[in-house]
Design a protein around this ligand. Structure first.
Ligand code: GLY
Length: 372
């Protein structure tokens, strides 16, 4: 049996200890090996759902009540965010799918349903009919960001697909598919790479230009953006059954696999177009891509093999089993030009756990549709 299939069992004792000492917090990164707490500093931060999601995944896998308690605490803390309009943005899927929505999917909790639907209604309200994009980010009221859309948003569309399922109101999924069609047209290049930011004229809907965003520069391929595109199109394919989304996901995945052949001996770089002598990595991109590839692996074994390669590298080289440190994965990057690049990131850990559970077919459907 390949070592990778034993990784989760090796990680569990550490996560249990880390969870015990993480009651009441919402982690984003670690400082000197210990989680920070955005529940006090930034309750609207886009990553605030991931630790809760990790707790739900582990509750489902182990049945250990502590994980459920921590997840529900975070879901309740996020109610404050729901009441701050300037803190509601395109990332509502990242915040409420791994918290309220999965809680509702598991036990039908009515308050969780309300939270998920409020978040979905807000996300749908960000749709700009001219240009057919869900607006990214907020501004101070000057409209400077009214025309921005980002590839990351593909991962938030499942909140809209889910809302249509539970309300039997097709408007949510209509918005999701219109955004996905827009992203297929403007965000995916002919070679299967994805741009990070697209800028539209919000009045006419005309596509004006792309922007390098968190990647190396304009025209480059920021790897986390590639991973969001890969997994994001897989998800739209799973929710809608539409072949065009599956084909797009495969195109992005094929390019991801091809690009990785140039970076032998290291993990996923922060940007596939960064200088060859730059060895900085983004383990979060690897973990997210692995999740998308494992879903594609259900129809073509070559994608599962690619996912196994990414996960083996992560678990052999970037995984900390040191119980004095709270994080799992090192060598993550928030953006290429950030002075904090090569940090830890909670969503890297979340997607690692989701991927390791997917290997065994035991992942909870947090981003994917409910099974059965
Ligand atoms: N969604 C923002 C990021 O991936 O950094």
């Amino acid at each position: 049996m390949k070592e990778i299939y034993k990784a989760l069992e090796k990680i569990l004792p550490k996560i249990q200890k880390v969870s015990q000492r993480s009651r009441g917090i919402i982690p984003y990164t670690t400082i000197d090996g210990r989680f920070d707490d955005t529940s006090k500093s930034s309750i609207c931060w886009w990553t605030n759902g991931f630790f809760g999601g990790m707790m739900w995944q582990l509750y489902h896998y182990t049945g250990d009540e502590i994980y459920r308690e921590l997840a529900i605490d975070i879901e309740e803390k996020l109610d404050l965010n729901l009441m701050i309009p300037s803190g509601m943005d395109h990332d509502s899927g990242f915040k409420w799918l791994p918290t309220a929505v999965i809680h509702y999917k598991l036990d039908g909790n009515g308050k969780s349903l309300d939270r998920g639907l409020l978040a979905a209604e807000n996300l749908a309200g960000r749709f700009n009919p001219q240009g057919s994009f869900i607006r990214a980010w907020n501004d101070s009221g000057d409209g400077s960001r009214a025309g921005t859309a980002i590839i990351d948003c593909m991962m938030n569309l499942p909140l809209l697909y889910w809302a249509s399922e539970v309300t039997r109101d097709p408007r949510f999924s209509q918005i999701a598919t219109r955004h996905a069609d827009m992203a297929m047209k403007y965000f995916i290049r002919d070679n299967g790479s994805a741009i990070h930011i697209g800028i539209f004229d919000p009045d006419s809907g005309e596509f004006i230009r792309s922007d390098g965003g968190q990647g190396y520069g304009e025209g480059s391929s920021w790897t986390r953006g590639q991973a969001w595109a890969l997994y994001g199109f897989v998800l739209s394919a799973l929710y809608t059954g539409q072949e065009k989304y599956l084909e797009t996901a495969k195109k992005v995945a094929d390019n991801f696999i091809l690009q990785m052949t140039k970076w032998e001996g290291m993990g996923v770089p922060i940007d596939f177009d960064q200088p060859e002598d730059c060895v900085r990595e983004d383990s979060s991109a690897a973990a997210i891509a692995a999740c998308g590839l494992l879903e594609l692996g259900k129809i073509d074994e070559k994608y599962r093999e690619a996912a196994l390669g990414l996960l083996e590298f992560l678990c052999e080289n970037r995984l900390s089993l040191d119980e004095s440190e709270d994080h799992l994965l090192s060598n993550c990057a928030d953006s290429f030009w950030s002075n904090r690049s090569q940090m830890t990131l909670i969503y890297a850990d979340y997607f690692l756990i989701e991927a390791l559970l997917k290997l065994e077919g035991k992942d909870l459907p947090i981003f994917t549709p409910k099974r059965g």
